[in-house]
Design a protein around this ligand. Structure first.
Ligand code: SF4
Length: 312
C-alpha cells in the first residue's frame, strides 16, 4: 500500500475511547486520516435506514458514520475489539461490527474495511497494532515509532482526564456522576447535549472516562463478576459514585435495546439506595426538550436536597 493511503475513521462508538490513539497511529504511518462529521440528522437517518429496528442507537449511528465515509477514502478503519483481558469480552455487537459493516455496503466492496482483531488471549494489543501497521507500511521501525507515539498521546489524555477528575472533586460545587458509555455521553447529538445542559444548570459532571481505572476496579471488588469489558468500567464507576460523599446524584445513561446496560442497570438501581438517580434512555427519538426538562428538574432536586442537608 502507498504511504498516501487515505484512512477513514467513523467518529462514533469506540472512537470516543481510542480516537486519539488511532488518529496519531495512522498519521505517523504516513496516512491521510479522514474523520466522519460529528453525528448529525443525516448520519442518524442514514444509519437508521440500513439497520434493523432491534439494534441499539450507537450501532445505527455507527453505520451512518461509516456510510458518510464510504466512497471518500481508500480504507475505513473498523477494528474488532474483542477481549481486553482474559476473563471478559466486549459486547457482541462491537465484536461483530467488522462483519455487519460489510453488510451495509455491497459485498464485492468489502475490501474497503481495514480491521485489526484485539484479543489479548491470542496476542498483546501492541502486536495487533504492529501487524496492522505493517499492512500499511513495511518499515517496522516506522510502525513501532507510530505505535509508541500513539500510545504516549493516549496516556497523556488519560493523565489529563485524571487531573480533571481531581479538579472537579476539589471544587465546592454540586456534582453529578453521569454513568454510561463514552459513545452515549460524548455524542452531543444523540444525548441532546445532556452534559452541556447539566453545566448550564450549574452542576459539575463526573463521567466514567475521567475516573481513574484503578478506582473503578477497586469498587467492583466483592461484586458479582461482569462478563462485558466496558460495562466493568462503567459499573465500577457507578459504585464509586454511590460510595462517594462528594456526589449528590447519579444519572444512568443507556441506549434503548442495549442488553448489557439493561441487565446491569437493573441491579444498580437496586443498589443506589441513598442517592437520587435519574435514568435516561436514548434512542433516535430522544428530544432536547425532554432532556432539558428532566435535567433541570433533577438538578433543582439535588440543589434543594443539598441545602436541606447543610441546614440540618
Ligand atoms: S453495549 Fe449496548 S449500546 Fe453498546 S454496542 Fe452493545 S448493545 Fe449497543
Amino acid at each position: 500500500m502507498s504511504d498516501k493511503i487515505k484512512i477513514g475513521i467513523p467518529k462514533s462508538l469506540l472512537w470516543h475511547k481510542y480516537g486519539v490513539f488511532w488518529e496519531v497511529f495512522f498519521k505517523e504511518l504516513g496516512c491521510k486520516v479522514l474523520l466522519s462529521s460529528d453525528t448529525n440528522e443525516k448520519i442518524v437517518e442514514q444509519g437508521v435506514r440500513v439497520s434493523i429496528d432491534e439494534l441499539c442507537i450507537p450501532i445505527k449511528i455507527f453505520y451512518g458514520h461509516f456510510l458518510e465515509l464510504y466512497g471518500k477514502c481508500d480504507k475505513i478503519f473498523v477494528p474488532r475489539y474483542w477481549k481486553l483481558d482474559r476473563k471478559s469480552v466486549t459486547c457482541p455487537k462491537l465484536i461483530t461490527l467488522t462483519d455487519t459493516a460489510n453488510q451495509v455496503i455491497k459485498a464485492n466492496d468489502s475490501s474497503i474495511i481495514l480491521s485489526s482483531v484485539i484479543n489479548v488471549t491470542k496476542r498483546p494489543i501492541s502486536i495487533s497494532f504492529l501487524e496492522l501497521g505493517l499492512k500499511i507500511n513495511k518499515n517496522l521501525f516506522k510502525v513501532m515509532r507510530a505505535y509508541k507515539k500513539a500510545l504516549l498521546l493516549y496516556q497523556e489524555k488519560k493523565i489529563r482526564d485524571e487531573k480533571k477528575f481531581n479538579d472537579i472533586l476539589s471544587k465546592n460545587s454540586l456534582k453529578i456522576a453521569v454513568i454510561g458509555h463514552e459513545y452515549n455521553i460524548n455524542d452531543k447529538y444523540i444525548n441532546q447535549k445532556l452534559i452541556t445542559q447539566i453545566k448550564i444548570q450549574g452542576a459539575d459532571c463526573i463521567t466514567p472516562e475521567i475516573i481513574p481505572k484503578k478506582l473503578c476496579e477497586r469498587y467492583l471488588e466483592g461484586k458479582p463478576f461482569i462478563h462485558w469489558s466496558y460495562e466493568k468500567e462503567i459499573i465500577g464507576a457507578a459504585y464509586w459514585a454511590i460510595a462517594s460523599k462528594k456526589i449528590s446524584g447519579i444519572i444512568l445513561v443507556s441506549s434503548f435495546n442495549c442488553g448489557p446496560d439493561s441487565l446491569l442497570y437493573e441491579q444498580l438501581l437496586l443498589d443506589i439506595k441513598k442517592k437520587p438517580v435519574l435514568s435516561v434512555l436514548l434512542d433516535e427519538y430522544t428530544s432536547s426538550e425532554t432532556i432539558n426538562t428532566r435535567i433541570e428538574a433533577f438538578v433543582e432536586l439535588l440543589r434543594r436536597k443539598k441545602r436541606m442537608n447543610t441546614h440540618e
